[in-house]
Design a protein around this ligand. Structure first.
Ligand SMILES: [Zn+2]
Length: 136
């Protein structure tokens, strides 16, 4: 799951295909391509706009009530952080949750840098598909 996190008001909003804003209005975000995990952000004070990424390998079992005891949580955490070349990996964040500045990963861009989205009939597309959550 990806969500916007506003450093000005502390609000968290899950990304949708339409624009969502935090409570204070500083941070806005939406999916540009939810299948590929691509999103775009806009903000008044952009130094306070963040992406919150939660690894679904842990989040989904937790939401389904499958993590009844801490050993279950720990096992799901081990799975969620065993993802080479991904921000969650043990060699990188080593955590199921990451907070990322917009533009620091290939999947989250500022609105003016993002690929064309719905409403734009431009036939152009990025030359190569960015990988999900890939850092640098
Ligand atoms: Zn805010």
């Amino acid at each position: 799951m990806k969500a916007l996190l506003c450093g000005a008001c502390g609000d968290i909003q899950a990304l949708q295909t339409d624009w969502r804003s935090c409570r204070c209005g500083n941070t806005k975000a939406r999916w540009t391509d939810p299948q590929r995990g691509l999103a775009e952000f806009d903000g008044l004070d952009r130094s306070k706009c963040y992406l919150l990424g939660l690894n679904n390998q842990l989040l989904v079992p937790a939401m389904l009530g499958e993590l009844g005891i801490w050993e279950d949580f720990r096992a799901a955490h081990d799975v969620a952080t065993d993802v080479p070349h991904h921000v969650f990996d043990k060699t990188r964040a080593g955590c199921w949750a990451v907070v990322v500045k917009v533009g620091r990963t290939s999947d989250v861009k500022w609105v003016e840098d993002a690929a064309p989205s719905d409403g734009d009939d431009s036939p152009s597309a990025p030359a190569s598909a960015p990988s999900r959550g890939h850092a640098e």
